[in-house]
Design a binder for this molecule. Structure first.
Ligand code: ATP
Length: 408
C-alpha cells in the first residue's frame, strides 16, 4: 500500500517528514513491513506551501486499515492544527494513483476536488483535516513515480530542544562535504563559506544530507558531529532532479510553472536596488522575457552580468510575477565582445570622427577620410556551457550541475 501525507506543519513548527519518520517506526512496531520511504517536493510556486512544499509517501505491506488508523492518530497528535494554513491530508491506497496527478502537482496546480476524485476512483482510505488541502500533496506523493531520484538522510532533534539553537559542528559539515562530494552535495557552500544543510526554522530537523544514494548519505552523515538526534530517516526523493521543469516558449509561459526557455540576450543585465539582477531575453518573434537573478544567488549574478546582447542562452527557472527566476542557465552562443570606434588619422594621428551615418570617418584636422572603424575585441568573461546558482540559493528540485558530470 501507499501511505501519503502532507500539510502537517506550520511556520511555528513540525515537519511532515518528521511525522513520517515517527510513523515508520510505529508501523514497524505494529508489524507492518516498510518497503520504501519517499519524500517528494511539489510545485515550488504552490501558494499555500509552508517552506519547501514537501509531501511524503511510505510504501508498506500490511492491513491498510491498521496503517490508516495509526497514521491518523499520529496526525491528530503531531500536526500543528492550530495554524490556519495547516490542513493535513492522509491517503492510504493499495493501488498507486495515476502518476499524471503527481506530475501535475510538481509542474502545475491541482485542486482538492481533483485529488478526491482520484481517491474515490482508487477506493482509497483518506481523510482531510480542516479544509483538507493536504490531500493534494498526500495524493501526489502516493501517485509519485521517480524516473530519476536522489537520497536524503534527515536527522531529527530530541523534542526537549525543539525551538532552541541547533548544535552542529560547522567544520564537520565542511569535512563531510569535502570527503563525499560529488556523491553528496549542498551540505555546505564552500565558496560562500556557509553551512546549507542545517535549518534555522523551529522545526524538528537537525540537518539533512543529500546525495546520490543511501550509501553515500550515510557515509557523509558518519562524519558530522552534532547534538544527539532523536531519530534519523533516509528518504528516496525527487530533489535535485529538475522534475519541475518543462520546455517553454517566450510569450507562452504560464504563471507559477517552471521552464527551460531558449532566448537571445536583448541588452546587458541591469542591477537594481538590493543587488537583484535583471536580464531581458528575446524569443524568435521578438517577444521579451525578463529573467531575474536575485541577490541571494551571489556569484551567479556575475555570470548574468557578463552576458552580452546577441548571446544565445537556455534560461531555467520558475515563471513568477512575469519574470523567470533563474536557477541555472546554459550559454549556447557567445557573440564577440567588440567595441567599434573611429580610427586614428594615418596622417596626423588624431582620432577621427563620424562623417555622418554610413559615410565613414573624417579627420577634423586634415580632412582625411576613412571607411572602417577601429575594432577593439575584448576576451569574453564567460564561456559556453552551464552555470548555476550556489548551493545556498538552490531550490530543492533543482538538479545540481555536478549530477551530470560524467554523463555524455
Ligand atoms: P514542509 O516542507 O515543511 O513539509 P511545505 O512547504 O510542504 O512544508 P505544506 O504545509 O505541505 O508546505 O503546504 C503545501 C500545501 O499546498 C499542501 O496543502 C499541499 O497539498 C498543497 N499543494 C502542494 N502542491 C500543490 C499544487 N501543485 N497545487 C495545489 N496545491 C498544492
Amino acid at each position: 500500500m501507499f501511505i501519503g501525507i502532507d500539510d502537517t506543519d506550520s511556520p511555528a513548527g513540525m515537519c511532515t517528514t518528521y511525522l513520517g519518520a515517527v510513523l515508520v517506526r510505529r508501523l514497524k512496531s505494529a508489524g507492518l513491513t516498510i518497503r520504501e520511504t519517499r519524500l517528494v517536493r511539489l510545485n515550488p510556486n504552490a501558494p499555500f506551501k509552508t517552506r519547501g512544499n514537501a509531501a511524503i509517501c511510505i510504501e508498506a505491506s500490511g492491513r491498510p486499515e491498521t496503517a490508516f488508523s495509526i497514521a491518523a492518530a499520529l496526525i491528530d497528535d503531531l500536526a500543528d492544527l492550530s495554524c490556519e494554513n495547516t490542513n493535513p491530508g492522509l491517503v492510504v491506497t493499495e493501488e498507486r494513483p495515476d502518476p499524471a496527478f503527481y506530475w501535475k502537482a510538481v509542474r502545475d496546480f491541482c485542486t482538492i476536488e481533483e485529488a478526491k476524485e482520484i481517491l474515490e476512483e482508487n477506493c482509497a482510505l483518506y481523510r482531510g483535516w480542516k479544509n483538507g488541502r493536504g490531500l493534494i500533496g498526500a495524493t501526489a506523493a502516493a501517485a509519485s513515480v521517480l524516473p530519476d531520484l536522489t537520497s536524503e538522510l534527515l536527522a531529527y532533534r530530541r523534542r526537549e530542544v525543539w525551538g532552541t539553537p541547533r548544535s552542529v559542528e560547522k567544520a564537520s559539515i565542511f569535512a563531510a562535504e569535502a570527503a563525499t562530494y560529488p556523491h553528496t552535495w549542498d551540505s555546505a557552500d564552500p565558496q560562500n563559506s556557509v553551512v546549507v544543510c542545517v535549518p534555522h526554522t523551529p522545526d524538528p530537523v537537525l540537518f539533512g544530507i543529500r546525495g546520490e544514494s543511501e550509501a553515500w548519505v550515510r557515509e557523509a552523515r558518519a562524519l558530522v558531529r552534532a547534538e544527539e538526534s532523536e531519530i534519523e530517516q533516509i528518504w528516496v526523493t525527487n530533489q535535485g532532479t529538475d522534475a519541475h521543469l518543462v520546455d517553454g516558449t517566450i510569450g507562452r509561459l504560464l504563471e507559477g510553472r517552471s521552464y527551460r526557455v531558449q532566448g537571445t540576450v536583448a541588452e546587458r543585465a541591469t542591477t537594481g536596488a538590493g543587488g537583484h539582477v535583471s536580464l531581458t531575453i528575446l524569443g524568435t518573434d521578438g517577444e521579451r522575457l525578463r529573467c531575474m537573478a536575485y541577490e541571494p544567488t551571489k556569484g551567479f549574478r556575475e555570470i548574468v552580468r557578463a552576458l552580452l546582447p546577441g548571446d544565445g542562452i537556455l534560461a531555467v527557472g520558475s515563471y513568477k510575477n512575469e519574470s523567470l527566476n533563474l536557477e541555472k542557465l546554459r550559454a549556447d552562443r557567445l557573440v564577440a565582445d567588440r567595441l567599434l570606434r573611429p580610427p586614428l588619422c594615418p596622417d596626423c594621428g588624431r582620432r577621427m570622427t563620424s562623417a555622418g551615418r554610413d559615410k565613414g570617418y573624417k579627420c577634423r584636422e586634415c580632412g582625411r577620410r576613412a571607411g572602417d572603424p577601429e575594432i577593439i575585441t575584448t576576451p569574453r568573461a564567460i564561456r559556453t556551457g552551464w552555470y548555476e546558482v550556489p548551493p545556498t540559493a538552490r531550490r530543492h528540485l533543482s538538479k545540481p550541475l555536478v549530477r551530470d558530470q560524467g554523463e555524455a
